[in-house]
Write a protein that binds this ligand. Structure first.
Ligand SMILES: [Zn+2]
Ligand SMILES: [Zn+2]
Length: 370
């Protein structure tokens, strides 16, 4: 049994409460991770705000990195002392979707994850004798987490934890969308709508793929500037800009070969359809409330466009996390520049307040800092 500090959400729209949580024991497929860094992602905020429904109480956080403390009897992929990045999409490897190479849809994951459980349908977490739920099979806003073996991905020890954790969600989703999912080819034109953590990573994914003209679209001048450092050649999207005309002009009147929506708004989805060239590919990464309707001009969807929605950028964490870590260590993937603040766990609510105000790119919580 271990007892440790964790940020617990007891009810929607309430601040997270720092409390002592417990893990009584681990099961054969479990990996106990001493969490060293955990990124604050917008999806966590959606749970706090109630737009994404999860059982309470719950420990949020799905972008974690740390050191393996202990492994269950059936674990062979990692051992105590290994450095790992958590994947929020552990998968069984043999269900209908896993067999069809779509692990993001893994049936045990899709069933148990929204119920706040690990893949065996149970929680390992408690607080004051009450069960606490897992978030997306990670729950990294805490000093310890229990994840299944397929959710603990070994990475080189050289990469610092505060940077490594970002690979687990925002970096994988953005870089993966360009390189793994859309497979942007050398010379192709790319437009990215919304330059927060995911959008900036799409930009650097486009650079890794040797894209041609890369256009960043964001309302704020600060993010437009940052997007240039992450690989954008051109920026637009400020109030009063005619974005459709701008993108067409930059692409010989056709629209971009690849368009990625990472703003998560109905306007962003609509704009994406308007600026994708006939025959091009449009990838939706952002999301709005699942009950919300989004309307499109039908003509914008025509012309043999390939329209894809992706949650995790075509991630295969075991293949991709070590690859992304190496890219960073080789100086080809910016991670430091994504981190706008580092906070002790007890200050985690300050990080979500900044996110509500639209400030910064990524806040990283360091759960062992006082
Ligand atoms: Zn996330
Ligand atoms: Zn599966």
């Amino acid at each position: 049994m271990i007892e440790f500090d964790a940020a617990i959400l007891r009810d929607i729209k309430k601040p997270l409460e720092i409390a002592r949580a417990r893990i009584e024991r681990i099961e054969p497929d479990d990996v106990l991770v001493r969490i060293m860094a955990s990124g604050l992602c917008h999806t966590d905020l959606e749970v706090i705000e109630g737009s994404l429904a999860y059982p309470m109480p719950i420990i949020l956080g799905h972008e974690g990195a740390g050191v393996v403390e202990q492994v269950g009897a059936a674990v062979t992929d990692v051992k105590a002392g290994d450095h790992v990045v958590c994947s929020w999409n552990p998968h069984c490897g043999h269900c209908f979707y896993c067999e069809r190479d779509q692990p993001i849809l893994c049936e045990p994951f899709a069933y148990h994850q929204p119920r706040g459980h690990l893949l065996d349908g149970k929680s390992r977490l408690s607080c004051e004798a009450a069960t606490v739920h897992h978030f997306s099979v990670v729950s990294s806003h805490a000093q310890y987490a229990v994840v299944p073996q397929s959710g603990a991905i070994g990475v080189p020890k050289e990469i610092p934890f505060d940077r490594a954790c970002l690979i687990g969600c925002g970096v994988m989703t953005g870089v993966g969308a360009a390189v793994r999912l859309a497979r942007v080819e050398p010379g192709a034109s790319v437009a990215v709508i919304g330059c927060g953590a995911v959008g900036l990573n799409v930009l650097q994914g486009a650079r890794i793929a040797n894209a041609g003209t890369v256009i960043a679209i964001d309302r704020t001048p600060a993010r437009q500037n940052l997007s240039r450092a992450f690989g954008a050649d051109l920026t637009t999207g400020a109030a009063g800009d005619d974005v459709v005309a701008f993108v067409k002009e930059a692409t010989q009147g056709r629209g971009a070969d690849y368009v990625f929506e990472a703003a998560g708004s109905a306007d962003g989805f609509r704009l994406g359809a308007e600026i994708t060239r006939p025959g091009g590919q449009l990838v939706f990464l952002g999301k709005v409330n699942v009950a919300q309707d989004v309307a499109f001009r039908w003509g914008a969807l025509m012309g043999e466009k390939k329209i894809t929605r992706s949650s995790y950028g075509g991630a295969r964490p075991k293949r991709d996390f070590p690859w992304l870590a190496r890219l960073h260590l080789e100086g080809k993937l910016k991670l430091d520049e994504l981190i706008t603040s580092r906070l002790a766990l007890r200050r985690i609510n300050d990080g979500f307040d900044a996110m509500r105000r639209g400030e910064g790119i990524r806040t990283v919580v360091l759960p062992w800092n006082s």
